[in-house]
Design a protein around this ligand. Structure first.
Ligand code: ZN
Length: 335
């Protein structure tokens, strides 16, 4: 009972029927009004909050949205270390950066040290793996190389070639780590030694991925690895992802379907040509694999493969398509 009713003249209350009394008590009682107003206010706050979070999600500010700008900032950090050929101090620093970012996303970051025998002698290399545990034992590998090709005659930082894939993987790891648990375990693998030291050949190239595939075989893990999605040179502003002829046909279809779903199909119409890249050692183990690569890059293996050639918009198109592919694979693996 409110204090106001206590002050009503006694006659005003007694002259009315009991029905009136009940009715008037409902109409006049300020506490009920206040309660209703409070409820309305709470409802408005909740609705406004929901609307705001939806706006943030669409504008990319929400942490669950793949951001091309965030991916680009990783490329920038790595490129600013200077040329980072295998065995260099700069590549070690790039590796530390990658491991820190993986750890920030809650992934376990593993080193995979080994020594490669190259035409220029033994080189210490490190394949870095970020492990995102899922509900099941099956493994999906998302890979890229992170070192830059060594040139004695030019300064080469590989912003697109080695940098772009690294940026997309780190941002994809962050986004996936805050989504619902995946049905499979995802390994984000940063391969060392993709580039040849001399003339590209079966023995002078793909040092990291060949070593990684060999380890899978030795550990009996090949049947567990369902797919490799490889990214390389995905930052060109004039994005035209190839249709690599070596890649597993159904994975090319998955890439096209994912791009189609997002309205990005026109960026995945590059020439159908066979491309040798880090997916080859996995294909040799009969692991379905795809190389998502744009070979039509005028600055390929030149000193002009610099940060200004990398477009955040292209990184975002590839990153979103990659995430969509993972959604499609999730359904495929579930059946
Ligand atoms: Zn290259």
């Amino acid at each position: 009972m409110s204090a106001e009713q206590k002050t009503l003249p006694k006659s005003a209350v007694t002259n009315r029927t009991s029905f009136h009394k009940v009715l008037m008590s409902f109409i006049k009682r300020p506490p009920l009004h206040k309660k209703l107003s409070l409820l309305l206010l709470l409802l408005i706050i909740v609705l406004a909050g929901t609307a705001l979070s939806m706006i943030c999600r669409n504008s990319g500010k929400d942490t669950g949205h793949f951001s091309g700008d965030r991916a680009f900032s990783h490329v920038k950090e790595i490129v600013e270390l200077g040329p980072r050929p295998s065995g260099s101090e700069a590549l070690k620093k790039a590796g530390e950066y990658i491991k820190n970012k993986l750890a920030e996303s809650g992934l376990e970051a593993r080193d995979g040290y080994f020594t490669a025998r190259t035409p220029t002698g033994s080189v210490a290399m490190n394949n870095i793996t970020g492990v995102m545990k899922g509900a099941g034992d099956d493994i999906l590998i998302i890979g890229t190389h992170y070192e830059s090709k060594y040139f004695s005659s030019q300064v080469f930082v590989g912003a697109n070639d080695g940098g772009s894939g690294t940026g997309v993987l780190l941002e994809a790891a962050r986004v996936l780590s805050i989504r619902k648990e995946q049905p499979f375990t995802i390994w984000f693998v940063f391969f060392d030694g993709e580039e040849a030291f001399g003339e590209w050949s079966a023995t002078d190239s793909l040092y990291g991925s060949r070593h990684f595939a060999e380890e899978l075989k030795e550990k009996g893990l090949v049947p567990k690895v369902k797919t490799l999605l490889l990214l390389d040179m995905v930052g060109d502003r004039d994005l035209s992802i190839n249709n690599d002829a070596y890649s597993t046909p159904w994975l090319r279809e998955t890439m096209h379907d994912a791009a189609e779903d997002l309205g990005f199909r026109q960026y995945f119409n590059g020439p159908y040509v066979p491309i040798q890249d880090d997916h080859i050692p996995f294909l040799d183990l009969s692991i379905p694999s795809i190389d998502i690569i744009d070979m039509n890059f005028p600055w390929w293996h030149t000193p002009d493969d610099t940060l200004d050639k990398v477009s955040p918009a292209s990184l975002e198109i590839v990153g979103l398509t990659l995430l969509r592919m993972i959604d499609i694979l999730e359904d495929r693996f579930a059946h």
